[in-house]
Design a protein around this ligand. Sequence first.
Ligand code: ADP
Ligand code: 5GP
Length: 195
Amino acid sequence: MKSKGMIIIVSAPSGAGKTTNCNALMKRDKNIVYSVSTTTRCPRKGEKNGREYLFVDEKTFKADIKKKMFVEWAKVHDHFYGTSKRFLNDTINKGKDVLLDIDVQGAVKIKKQYKDAVMIFITAPSLKVLKERLLKRNKDSLDVIKVRLANARKELSYLPKYDYLILNDKLEKSIENIKSVVNAERISIKRNKKI
Ligand code: ADP
Ligand code: 5GP
């Protein structure tokens, strides 16, 4: 029987570079599949329904909660976000690794249900750099950026729950470090007991 795929959770304060790093990782590692979450937030310029997220209204999201469609869901920066239970289980059952770009609350909920999930936290060098990156990204209003920066401190308090810390200063180094984590986890004894 083929062994199950690995769940890779990546969390970060908004603007730390999670999306950039996740996209680069998936380009380099074709065994990793991205879990597209459902959200009630509006699409940003350039985002496509079904690619970055499934964009739904609050009524639909709440109906999906009732139907137990989500393996976890959370309210993050004033909007709802949820991970598809079926997609996650189908993917790991096929032996593919699945990448979850989810917030700290969701990460803890997943870890409770899937003990072998790998938890990676990405940070920017400082809150000042975080703010600069959010401003430079130029995709959120100043009010939205304020909320995200205020939440960054709270998110950092979850750090001890994570397995790995990636400092996203020089992008190439950061991607290389994430790839090293994935490679090391793949050959860990706990994932290769059947040999
Ligand atoms: P997140 O998904 O964590 O909110 P993004 O990946 O969208 O963050 O990155 C936020 C902004 O910072 C983007 O404009 C991105 O191009 C930029 N960025 C990401 N990583 C770095 C880095 N190592 N150095 C400089 N800028 C970066
Ligand atoms: P953004 O709006 O910037 O795309 O994402 C905001 C936050 O929501 C990020 O921390 C992101 O990781 C998180 N997020 C995205 N999808 C999910 C999800 O399905 N569940 C949870 N708990 N958080 C999510």
